[in-house]
Design a protein around this ligand. Structure first.
Ligand SMILES: [Zn+2]
Length: 352
C-alpha cells in the first residue's frame, strides 16, 4: 500500500493511494455500510470509490465471512474496521483473533486493528489502559495480519497522539479514532489545533479520521486530512432527514423507527431543494415526495440520495485543490453554517 501526494493548496492536498492493484484518489470519503436490514447499496446506482464495513457488524448479523465481497458486489476500495467502538459500547468480550479471522476470511483491501476507544468520562488510569491495549493490538496486526492494515490511535491531547505515532515508528498510514466526534461535541477549536499539529509533524503520512459528518469533512480536508468515513447518510435517512449540497441535514419525513417525534433537524424548504436539482438517480427518476416515504423504502431512497451528496464532496474538493481555491470554497460553505466561527478560528490561526 502506497500513498503519493500530488497537489497542495495550503494544508489541503490531493493524492493517490495504491492498494491491491486499485487506485484511490484522495481526499476521499469512505461510505459507512452496515448489514442491517434494509440498508441500501448506493454503489449499485452510481460510482462509489471507497466503502467502510466493520467486523463486529458481520459477526452480529451472522454474515457468511467467505461471501462478504459477493454480498456487497462492490469493486472499489473496501476498508474493514474492527467495530471496537460498538464492542466497547455493548460491552462484548471479543478477542483479537476473532476479529483477525473475520478480516482474513472476508478479504477487505484495508483492515483496521481492534481498538479500545476513549470516552470523555475516563480517568487517566483508564485512558492509559485503553491506549496500551490499542497499541498492543496495532503491533499484533503489524506482525500477524498478512494483508494491508492501518494502525489506529486515540487521544484528545497532542502528547498522547504524538507518543503513540512515535511508538508505532511513524507509519505511512494512520487512522485516528473517535477524536472528531467527541471533540466536535466538547471542544471544537482543539480539534483544529490537534489536526494541524499532527499534520505539521508528519507531513507525508496519510491520515484517516473515523466518524465524521458532512460539513466537518470539508473543514478536515481543508486542514490536511486525507480521508474520513461517515455513516451519517444512513443514520439521517433512517431518522427521516436528507442532505442538501453544502448544508447540514434537513428533516423531511418522520423517522422509520416507531417514534412519534420527527427528526430534530431543521425542516427542509421544498422549493430550495427542488431548485437545487440534485443529480442523484432518486431525484432524477422520482418525484420529490418519494423522499418522504416511511418504512424501508423511504430509508433506501433517502440513503441513496444522501450517499450521492456525500460522494460528490471529495470530487468537488479535489477540483478546488487543483485550482488553489480550497479555502475560499470552504469559507463559502461555512459562512452559512452554525460552525462559521470554527472556520474563522482555523483561518485566523492557520490559513494566513
Ligand atoms: Zn437526490
Amino acid at each position: 500500500m502506497k500513498f503519493q501526494i500530488q497537489e497542495m493548496d495550503g494544508w489541503a492536498r490531493t493524492g493517490t493511494v495504491s492498494v491491491n492493484g486499485k487506485l484511490l484518489k484522495s481526499p476521499c470519503i469512505f461510505l459507512g455500510h452496515s448489514f442491517n436490514r434494509g440498508n441500501p447499496l448506493p454503489w449499485h446506482y452510481f460510482n462509489v470509490d471507497s466503502l467502510l464495513i466493520n467486523a463486529y457488524d458481520i459477526l452480529v448479523q451472522k454474515i457468511d465471512v467467505t461471501r462478504v465481497r459477493q454480498i456487497l458486489d462492490f469493486d472499489g476500495v473496501l476498508m474493514m474496521d474492527s467495530g471496537g467502538y460498538q464492542i466497547q459500547r455493548f460491552n462484548r468480550n471479543i478477542d483479537l483473533k476473532t476479529i483477525i479471522h473475520i478480516q482474513e476470511m472476508s478479504k477487505p483491501d484495508i483492515a483496521i486493528p481492534l481498538d479500545y476507544p476513549l470516552t470523555p468520562e475516563m480517568n487517566s488510569k483508564e485512558i492509559h489502559t485503553h491506549l496500551t491495549k490499542t497499541f498492543r493490538s496495532n503491533k499484533y496486526w503489524m506482525e500477524s495480519f498478512p494483508y494491508n492494515s492501518i494502525p489506529v490511535i486515540h487521544g484528545y491531547k497532542e502528547k498522547q497522539l504524538i507518543d503513540q505515532i512515535n511508538k508505532l515508528g511513524s507509519p505511512d498510514f494512520l487512522a485516528i479514532g473517535s477524536f472528531v466526534p467527541i471533540l466536535m461535541y466538547s471542544d471544537r477549536k482543539r480539534l483544529v489545533d490537534l489536526l494541524i499539529n499532527v499534520r505539521k509533524r508528519y507531513p507525508d503520512t496519510f491520515i484517516h479520521f473515523f466518524g465524521v459528518s458532512y460539513l466537518v469533512a470539508f473543514l478536515l480536508f481543508l486542514l490536511g486530512a486525507d480521508s474520513v468515513d461517515t455513516s451519517a447518510h444512513l443514520h439521517n435517512a433512517r431518522y427521516g432527514s436528507i442532505h442538501l449540497q453544502h448544508t447540514g441535514p434537513r428533516a423531511i419525513a418522520f423517522n422509520t423507527k416507531k417514534r412519534k417525534r420527527p427528526s430534530a433537524h431543521k425542516v427542509i424548504e421544498k422549493d430550495k431543494f427542488l431548485n437545487e436539482s440534485c443529480g442523484c438517480p432518486i431525484c432524477h427518476y422520482l418525484e420529490f415526495d418519494n423522499l418522504k416515504v416511511r418504512g424501508v423504502r423511504g430509508l433506501q431512497l433517502r440513503g441513496i440520495h444522501n450517499a450521492w451528496v456525500y460522494t460528490t464532496a471529495p470530487i468537488e474538493l479535489r477540483q478546488k485543490i487543483k485550482e488553489k481555491k480550497t479555502a475560499a470554497f470552504v469559507e463559502t460553505i461555512f459562512s452559512q453554517s452554525g460552525l462559521h466561527y470554527l472556520y474563522k478560528y482555523a483561518k485566523r490561526n492557520y490559513l494566513t
